[in-house]
Write a protein that binds this ligand. Structure first.
Ligand SMILES: [Zn+2]
Length: 207
C-alpha cells in the first residue's frame, strides 16, 4: 500500500532580497518532490512572481492564504469575501489557475468565513515553526510525531525561517526511507480517495 504525505508552506512569497521560499524550492527540486504553497496575496510583486511561476512548473500547487493575513473570525462576511477574492485574483493572474483550497490565517475560523469562502479549509499538523525560538530539531521531532498516511504538514516559508528548511532537509529522506511518497494537496485528496468538498471542513489529515 502506498502512503502519502503533503508538505504545505504558508506566508510566501518573500519580500525584499529574502530567498526562503526559493531555497525551499531548490531543496524540493533536488528531491524531485512537489509541495503546496498558501500565499499572502498582497506580498506578491513583480520581483517575486518568478518564484511562484517556478513552484508551479515544479508541480507545486498555489493556494489562498488571504490578501493581508488578518484574523478573519473577527471580520464581516463582506470584508472576508474581499480578503479571499483579492488573493484568488492575484494567484490566478500569475498561474492561470484558481486556488482550490483556503488556509485561514492563524487558523482563526468562524461561521461567516465558511459562508464567504467557497473552498475547503486546510489546517494541517502544526510543527511550531512559526515560533522563531523553536529550533530545527524540535520542529523535526514534531513533524515525525505527526507522520501517518495522509498527513498535511503546516509549515512556513516566511522571511528568514531557515530552521524549517533545516528540519525539512532531515525529514524528507527519513520518510522516503520509510516508504512515504510526497505529493501536493490536490493529489493527496485524489490518491487517498477523499472528496475535500465537505461543508465546514478544516482538514489536517486526509484519509
Ligand atoms: Zn500565515
Amino acid at each position: 500500500m502506498s502512503k502519502y504525505l503533503c508538505l504545505s508552506f504558508d506566508d510566501g512569497p518573500n519580500l525584499g532580497n529574502d530567498t526562503t521560499m526559493n531555497d525551499m524550492l531548490d531543496y524540493l527540486e533536488s528531491e524531485k518532490i512537489p509541495a503546496s504553497f498558501f500565499l499572502i496575496g498582497n506580498k506578491i510583486n513583480p520581483q517575486n512572481r518568478k518564484v511562484i511561476e517556478r513552484a508551479q512548473k515544479m508541480g507545486c500547487d498555489i493556494q489562498n492564504h488571504s490578501w493581508t493575513h488578518p484574523a478573519m473570525a473577527e471580520m464581516s462576511e463582506e470584508a472576508i469575501r474581499e480578503e479571499f477574492q483579492k488573493c484568488d485574483d492575484a494567484v490566478f493572474e500569475i498561474t492561470g489557475v484558481r486556488p482550490q483550497f483556503f488556509r485561514p490565517p492563524y487558523i482563526s475560523v468562524a461561521e461567516q468565513m465558511y459562508n464567504a469562502i467557497p473552498l475547503p479549509f486546510i489546517c494541517g499538523h502544526g510543527c511550531k515553526d512559526w515560533e522563531p525560538e523553536v529550533p530545527a530539531e524540535e520542529r523535526l521531532k514534531l513533524m515525525i510525531e505527526g507522520t501517518k498516511d495522509g498527513t498535511i504538514f503546516l509549515l512556513h516559508v516566511s522571511e528568514g525561517n531557515r530552521a524549517t528548511l533545516e528540519a525539512v532537509k532531515k525529514f524528507v529522506p527519513m520518510m522516503k526511507e520509510q516508504g512515504y511518497t510526497f505529493v501536493n494537496l490536490p493529489d493527496l485528496f485524489k490518491l487517498e480517495g477523499v472528496n475535500p468538498d465537505v461543508p465546514k471542513s478544516l482538514w489536517s489529515f486526509v484519509k
